[in-house]
Design a protein around this ligand. Structure first.
Ligand SMILES: Nc1ncnc2c1ncn2[C@@H]1O[C@H](COP(=O)(O)OP(=O)(O)OP(=O)(O)O)[C@@H](O)[C@H]1O
Ligand SMILES: [Mg+2]
Length: 232
């Protein structure tokens, strides 16, 4: 589904991702775990076509998408839920959802109903301004908005950020429901509990390099070395 081959990405003189390679299969939700500054957001933005690679290749369903712009990647189904959720606080919950459908034009009632079925809270609060939602609810809205874009691969940049453990659990449940609908998941996180909930395969990102990977159950729960990479 997604193959990242040996990419280098940086800012000016700063090299962030270095010879970074991972492969992700649709049926195995994946997590990339890294601490603050490891390069998580840089990876997400690179996959979305918002940052250029200096070296290496990104393949999506066997096609080279390295040179494609962000709009074309979204059309192909590479969709990101950005760090900090980025909902529009002064717009209604419903209008935030509608925005997600912009690539395909005005969303159908069915599409909105489907997202409402997945996240009932978004139906209940439909007319309210998104800024009035709690952090966890805003994350649901960000997920719902991304679903309106009809993703084939959903990239999640630290959805646990700023959330209490209970809200993190709810996000985990929501991501599992999305994965069960056949959407490939790449969760980029430092929250081990969320990664354990969602991922079948995990990669450890340390200062821009993938230093380990393996089945999430082994790598994240039992492995003291992996935990030491994450500083916990
Ligand atoms: N626009 C930028 N210009 C210059 N340096 C940047 C820029 N964005 C990020 N960096 C640097 O790149 C490195 C990786 O940043 P990145 O935001 O990808 O990390 P992160 O893993 O997402 O961290 P966090 O957990 O804090 O979100 C850091 O050293 C950061 O200071
Ligand atoms: Mg980040």
């Amino acid at each position: 589904m997604l193959e990242i081959r040996d990419i280098d990405v940086g800012y000016g003189g700063l090299r962030v991702l270095q010879e970074f390679s991972i492969r992700i299969a649709r049926e195995r939700p994946a997590a990339v775990l890294g601490t603050n500054g490891a390069g998580k957001t840089t990876l997400c933005r690179t996959l979305s076509g918002l940052l250029p690679v200096r070296r290496g290749q990104i393949l999506f369903d066997g096609e080279d998408v390295t040179a494609l712009g962000s709009a074309e990647r979204v059309r192909r189904g590479i969709v990101q839920v950005p760090e900090g959720r980025q909902v529009f606080p002064e717009m209604s919950v419903l209008d935030n959802l509608r925005l997600g459908a912009f690539v395909h034009g005005e969303p159908s009632r069915e599409e909105i109903a489907e997202v409402h079925a997945l996240f009932p809270i978004l139906a209940e609060r439909s007319r309210q301004n998104a800024g009035l939602l709690s952090g966890g609810e805003q994350q649901m809205l960000a997920l719902g908005r991304a679903l309106m874009t009809r993703p084939r691969l959903l990239i999640l940049d630290e959805p646990s950020q700023g959330l209490a453990p209970k809200a993190v659990d709810q996000v985990g449940e929501a991501v599992r429901r999305i994965a069960a609908r056949g959407v490939a998941i790449l969760l980029v996180e430092q929250n081990l509990a969320l990664a354990e909930m969602v991922a079948e395969h995990a990669f450890i990102l340390e200062t821009g390099r993938c230093v380990r990977d393996g089945p999430a159950a082994e790598l994240l729960s039992g492995d003291a070395l992996a935990k030491s990479y994450l500083g916990i």
